[in-house]
Structures are given as C-alpha cells and as structure tokens.
Design a protein around this ligand. Structure first.
Ligand SMILES: NC(=O)c1ccc[n+]([C@@H]2O[C@H](COP(=O)([O-])OP(=O)(O)OC[C@H]3O[C@@H](n4cnc5c(N)ncnc54)[C@H](OP(=O)(O)O)[C@@H]3O)[C@@H](O)[C@H]2O)c1
Length: 336
C-alpha cells in the first residue's frame, strides 16, 4: 500500500553529499552513478503517489537524472505526462538541478512518420514529448534505436538541428553497436554537435557491450549509460523466495516472464547473492557496482517499483570497488 505523500516537498539539504558523479564521455556534463528510468511503474496504470514518492526520494539521494522515452507507459506517452504532473507539484523550481532525457525511435503513432529515424519523426516526437512534460527543453534527446533504412546522416542531422533549436542541450544514441557508435560520433562531430552518450543494455546476464563497444565509446569520447543493469530484477533478491505478486515477472509484462525464473537461474542468483552478502551489499548493489567498474561507464540506469528499492540502489555508491578474487568468483558463476 502506498502512503499519501506530504503535499509540500523540500529536497534534502544533504542531497549532494553521498552520490558519486562522473563526466559523461569527453563532455562537461556529469551524471550520477545511479540514474532512474521511468519505463515501468510510471504509466497511466500505476499510482501517481508512488511515482511521486520515488522521484522525491531519488532526488533527495542525489539522483539528478530521470530518463524517459516517448513510448513509456502504458499507455505510450503516459510516463511523460505523469512526470510532467510531478514536475509541476514538486520539481519546477529545481529544473536547473535536473537532467531529464527522452527518446524517439520505437513505434509511437500510425503512418510512415511515427517510428524509426527520419527527421520528420524525431522533430515531431520531441515536440510532443516537450508538451506532455511541460518543458521548453530536455537535457538529453536520444535516437532510441538504429534505423536500417534511413541514412544515418539524416538522423544525426535531425539531432544536430534539435540542439540548434534549443529543444535539447545534448544528444545521444541508444542501442547502437560499436561500429554504429563510431559512425554516429563522426557525423555529429562534423556537424558540430558532439555525441554525448550511448544508452545500452548491460548486466552480468547480458555482456555484449564488452566485445567492442566499451573501447569504441572510450576512444570516441562518448559516455555509456547502462540500462537494465539488474536484468529487470533478476539480479536482485526479488525472486529468491518465490515470485511476488507485485513483481515485474508476475505482472503482465512482455519483457520479463515467470518462465524465466528457472532453477538454473535461481542457483546462479543464490550464489551471486552469497558473494554480495560477503561484501556487505545486497545483490542489487553488487550488480550495479559491477557494471560501473569499467572506466568507460558513466551511469547505471535503474528501474524501481518502491522507495525502498530507490534507497537500496542509491546506497550502492558506498562500495564500488571489487577485489580480484571477488571478480573471479563472479566470473566462475556467470560462465557456468
Ligand atoms: N534505451 C532502451 O532501449 C531502454 C530499454 C529498456 C530500459 N531502458 C531504461 O532503463 C531503465 C531501467 O530499466 P529496467 O527497469 O529494466 O532496469 P533494472 O534496474 O534492471 O530493473 C528494474 C526492476 O528491478 C527490480 N528492482 C530494482 N531495484 C531493486 C532492489 N534494490 N531490490 C529488489 N528488486 C529491485 C524492480 O522490479 P519489480 O518491479 O518487480 O519490483 C524494478 O522494477 C528504464 O526505466 C529505461 O529508462 C532503456
């Protein structure tokens, strides 16, 4: 049950005392080690008071970065609308302390201009996002996924145009592989608008970025923010004693299903949990510290369904270091 939140919000005075911040690639923009995404639990089907409590607690703990996309909900667009409502109630006077991002790339409206990477779609989508959130500008605007059919030059020129219009301060790409990242960075550099960041999936259970992307991002000066670092909850203690009714796996999500909670998974999660406990951390905290161990990493982009999870994840920064034998023990479990 969600308790009603106090109508008056004054952020904690000590909000910048604990969170770690890091420069994003070769830019002057620092992001918190832990960022909060609004993909799940912020839609029209969710409770506004719970969202509001999570965002307040996050900001109190130094999480200055909130990540959205045009299609987050459900229904699509409702996460941005809810975020706009909460901005009105609690955060408008702190706009200069917030890094708000949104994206376009996935299906948003019918017809040939409602998805992918044309200039037509990106400009129209960002205008709609700004309206839903009640903002003049976002801090970061992303192209959400590579488009195999639109020339990359057109998509990148649209991002450059959006920055010159003043509708985004920085631009990024998402789900781009190493080669696509190098190409996007080159085109944007030539246009005079640097590619700030690539947002990609990375966790102990999904390690594709290690092949070539970490090096490509570092050499191009592009930051990396890792989404689903907890593998949507699999890299936490959420499922160790069964499948809670309010969990993502039990809810009607197309992205995490009950069938994924197998004995083989549970055996790995339990052993990883034991290593985390020896480090004095929760499994979630260890999984976040693990993705942040790379020098090329900028931030771990989490989702949460409760204030308690926000608090638990933010406290990761108390222990980000790994001993060699801890990393080896983790490797052994992951490679089995
Ligand atoms: N660019 C892209 O294509 C893309 C794609 C996906 C996501 N994203 C971004 O990444 C963000 C995060 O994605 P995600 O939600 O999949 O991330 P995640 O952090 O891997 O998973 C979040 C889920 O893990 C559980 N959890 C979180 N903290 C916990 C804790 N301390 N203890 C126990 N359980 C915990 C919660 O599950 P329950 O709900 O079951 O409590 C929560 O909803 C999104 O909001 C979005 O901004 C981007």
């Amino acid at each position: 049950m969600t308790l009603p939140v106090d109508p008056y919000y004054l952020p904690a005075d000590n909000r910048y005392n604990v969170m770690a911040f890091k420069y994003t690639g070769r830019s002057g923009l620092k992001l918190p080690a832990i960022s909060l995404g609004l993909w799940h639990n912020f839609g029209g089907v969710d409770t506004l008071e719970n969202m509001r409590a999570m965002l307040r607690r996050a900001f109190d703990l130094g999480i200055t970065h909130f990540d959205l996309a045009n299609n987050y909900g459900p229904p699509p667009g409702s996460a941005e609308e809810n975020f706009g409502r909460i901005l009105d109630k609690d955060f408008r006077s702190f706009r200069s302390e917030l890094i708000i991002s949104t994206k376009a790339g996935y299906y948003m409206w019918p017809g040939p201009y409602g998805e992918w990477g044309s200039r037509k779609y990106l400009v129209a989508s960002l205008d709609q996002s700004l309206k839903r959130m009640g903002l003049d500008y976002v801090d970061i605007f992303y192209h959400h996924r590579p488009d195999p059919d639109t020339p990359l030059e057109e998509t990148m020129a649209a991002l450059d145009h959006i920055v010159r219009q003043g509708k985004a301060l920085y631009v990024g790409i998402s789900n781009y592989n190493a080669e696509q990242t190098r190409e996007a960075a080159r085109i944007l550099r030539e246009l005079g608008t640097p590619c700030l960041i690539n947002q990609v999936r990375y966790s102990m259970f999904d390690r594709w970025v290690e092949d070539a992307l970490l090096d490509a991002a570092a050499s191009e000066g592009v930051g990396l923010i890792f989404f689903s670092p907890l593998a949507q909850g699999l890299l936490t203690d959420r499922y160790l004693d069964g499948i809670p009714a309010d969990s993502r796996a039990a809810r009607p999500s197309a992205f995490l299903k009950e069938e994924q909670i197998t004995e083989a998974y549970l055996s790995k999660a339990r052993r990883l949990n034991a290593i985390a406990q020896n480090r004095g951390q929760t499994l979630a905290q260890m999984a976040l510290a693990w993705v942040l161990r790379h020098p090329a990493s900028t931030s771990a982009l989490i989702g949460t369904s409760s204030v308690k999870q926000v608090e638990n994840n933010a406290a990761t920064v108390a222990n980000l270091a790994f001993a060699g034998d801890e990393l080896q023990a983790i490797e052994t479990i992951l490679s089995e």
